[in-house]
Design a protein. Structure first.
Length: 558
């Protein structure tokens, strides 16, 4: 019998990664990575050189299409697999990355009238300029006693869709008026593949205030936020009839989609999903108690439960948002790899740079090797990892990072290790919070390039949490997860699977590295974690407002 494959494309913060996966064993037949030509726009718009406000993180949608085309055609060329043997395709994307588009799904930033308007561009997940709008959306919901608010830990974040949409309405009403739809970038890619605009349970449930049982908040709520926002659901969002469960098929590749990708017209397409959440299927984290950490520029953390529990500090819970038959919980860190890269750039010195150049490796690798030689606590430093704000459990994008214990003898590798440890402490805060609120955490998986490559970080995590950390042997976990969903979209009639559980059982990764806590390190980190919690609560829960004052001063000077 001819082998059959599915295609998974993972759209990260800087690139798209396409994989071709054998549906009978989950083996990756080939992969191809395509970087976004313009990367992240955080300083100015390329079209006008207009400076961007602080906390901006924009992108060009055309970069996504170019990366899609190059990565899919690239993997087809590498593998020589005929496109008739590819039975399904699925994409995942960073979220919430929001686009304003016209009725033909054309991004408004591509129109001459809006090329100089920052609100017409793709607003990345890590764009925090809508913090005031997020606070207002939260305040009005709390005052009205809106039931949806408890599903999001009682606080709406500026990273999500509604604050970004309200920001556009307030700061660029012409863009808002011209927008036929505000749509997640993952759903936009699917629109380009199929010719129809859809949404999915994952992004709608966790980023758009929607739930499968209650739908969207009533329009009287949106009117209370702003009268001009009253009809946002009916006029600006994809209709609820086009919000699909994750194990569905939203349509097939159109003629345009076939030209774009080189795949066969009529190939089934799965609903889009959030990137980190998709990795759960690739490692078999499809039952309650299995926590997944997807470590990249930030860190997405997902957990499943049969129960719906609400507590302050979680990012959100929605039924079917990760795996169809369970409540999916979302949490995570606003910065991870971004902070490590910052440290490598900012805390380097001439000696480190020379050593890296002589060894022909990045500075961050030299820092990691030097940091690995330090014992737990040896640096004498303690960091708090809020360089990009705090997503969980404080849900405050206005916080900033801290570093304690520096002396004239402090070395770059000591700072680097302290920052690695800080992300571990924050991850433990999330895990402890789940458990304290009655949501079991029995197994912890870590995926992503950082988890695969940074042995030191994974050992630190195991020591800080005093738990085994499993790093499955799958390099592109999100893309492979998408390929698994694609096999379900295809269904058994095309050689795929009729249920997600069937597909996961056959296609998931079953091998990997197990990191076990080292008792002497656990003891040291327990001491440091207690102090981390003190700093976390003192500066993060309002007892001391220094970070807020500093943030306000910084913004006022821009």
């Amino acid at each position: 019998m001819q082998k059959k494959y599915t295609m998974g494309i993972d759209f990260g913060s800087l690139s798209a990664r396409a994989v071709l996966v054998d549906i009978k064993n989950g083996l990756v037949a080939g992969e191809y990575v395509s970087a976004y030509a313009h990367g992240v726009l955080d300083s100015f718009l390329p079209a006008t050189r207009e400076p961007l406000p602080p906390a901006s993180a924009l992108q060009l949608p055309d970069d996504y299409l170019a990366a899609l085309s190059e990565s899919v055609k690239g993997v087809l060329s590498l593998t020589n697999v005929p496109n008739e043997d590819i039975i399904g395709i699925a994409v995942d994307f960073t979220s919430c990355t929001l686009l304003a588009v016209d009725e033909n799904a054309e991004p408004l930033c591509n129109k001459e009238a809006f090329r100089g308007n920052i609100h017409a561009y793709a607003k990345m997940w890590k764009q925090h300029t809508a913090f005031a709008e997020a606070e207002e959306i939260t305040r009005v919901a709390a005052e009205r006693g809106e039931s949806f608010l408890k599903r999001y830990g009682s606080k709406i974040l500026s990273e999500w869709a509604m604050p970004k949409i309200l920001e556009t309405l307030r700061k660029a009403p012409d863009v808002y008026a011209a927008a036929y739809r505000f749509i997640e970038a993952g759903d936009w890619i699917n629109a380009k593949l199929t010719g129809k605009m859809t949404m999915n349970y994952c992004m709608a449930g966790l980023k758009f205030l929607w739930s499968p049982t209650d739908g969207y908040p009533d329009e009287t709520y949106f009117e209370a936020v702003d009268p001009a926002l009253k009809h946002v659901v009916s006029e600006k969002l994809v209709p609820e009839s086009e919000i699909y469960p994750l194990d569905a098929c939203i349509g097939v590749i159109s003629e345009e989609g076939a030209k774009l990708t080189g795949l066969r017209q009529g190939t089934p397409v799965a609903p889009a999903r959030i990137d980190a959440h998709t990795a759960a299927s690739a490692v078999g984290a499809n039952s309650p108690g299995r926590l997944l950490m997807a470590i990249g520029t930030g860190m997405g953390m997902t957990l499943l439960s049969k129960k719906e529990i609400f507590y302050d500090g979680m990012c959100g819970v929605s039924f079917g948002a990760v795996i169809p038959q369970y409540y999916g919980y979302e949490a995570g860190l606003s910065g991870c790899g971004d902070i490590f890269d910052w440290c490598a750039r900012t805390c380097s010195n001439a000696a480190l740079e020379k050593q890296a150049a002589d060894s022909k490796v990045p500075v961050i690798q030299i820092l990691t090797e030097k940091a690995a030689k330090l014992r737990a606590g040896e640096s004498g430093l303690l960091a708090v990892d809020w360089w990009n704000g705090n997503r969980s459990v404080l849900a405050d994008t206005d916080l900033s990072g801290m570093l304690f214990g520096m002396t004239l003898q402090t070395q770059p590798e000591e700072i680097f290790r302290a920052i690695l440890e800080a992300t571990g402490f924050s991850a433990r805060m999330v895990v402890d919070s789940f458990i304290e609120n009655g949501i079991n955490v029995d197994v912890i998986y870590a995926v992503g390039g950082i988890a695969q490559k940074n042995i030191l970080l994974m050992q630190i995590f195991a020591d800080i949490m005093n738990r085994e950390i499993i790093v499955p042997d799958v390099e592109q976990a999100c893309a492979v997860g998408s390929a698994i969903f694609a096999a379900v979209a295809a269904g058994s009639v095309r050689g795929g699977y009729d249920t997600l559980d069937e597909a996961i059982e056959v296609m998931r990764c079953t091998t990997g590295i197990h990191y076990h806590p080292v008792p002497e390190n656990v003891k040291q980190y327990e001491i440091l974690f207690k102090e981390f919690k003190v700093l976390h609560d003192y500066f993060g829960r309002g007892e001391n407002t220094l970070l807020k004052i500093l943030s306000a001063m910084r913004l006022s000077c821009k």
